[in-house]
Design a protein. Structure first.
Length: 148
């Protein structure tokens, strides 16, 4: 299984989701491929935001080696699930979808159409966002295993 996490700049939310999910998947020896990307291209090849790196480290995850990438149409073919952090990301990714099969791969990361708040402009949000993402990653693993 190949899972892509998507947010705006690929430096706050989606790198956290990628790093947490990758760590949890490796612990369970599932062999899934996890990656992340941003709908914007401003931070390509840059590391995650230092606040994301710090909060992840505080909870035992290392995302310091991850680098930002830009979402592109090829990713529809490369991934089984494309999980986006908010409605704007959803809209931007779906605009690039060329067919219904690609659109079906795209869903909001959180259940029931909830959004992951972008913590970029408020440092106090990084820990609550981290905890929300970690909990959802655990739920997603269980959901995906039930589907197999």
């Amino acid at each position: 299984m190949k899972i892509l996490m998507v947010c705006l700049g690929n430096i706050c939310r989606s790198p956290l989701a990628e790093g947490i999910m990758r760590h949890l998947v490796e612990e369970k020896q599932l062999g899934w491929e996890i990656a992340s990307a941003g709908t914007g291209d401003w931070h390509v090849n840059e590391p995650a935001d230092k606040r994301s790196i710090a909060v992840a480290k505080n909870f035992g995850y290392d995302i310091s080696k991850q680098r930002a990438s830009h979402f592109n149409k090829q990713m529809f073919d490369d991934f089984d699930h494309i999980l986006v952090m908010d409605q704007n990301n959803l809209r931007d990714v779906l605009k690039l979808a060329g067919q219904e099969g690609q659109r079906r791969k795209v869903k909001l990361f959180l259940a029931e159409d909830a959004e992951v708040t972008d913590p970029y402009f408020d440092s106090a949000l990084f820990e609550p966002v981290f905890l929300q993402i970690e909990e959802r990653c655990k739920q997603l693993i269980a959901e995906f295993l039930d589907q197999d």
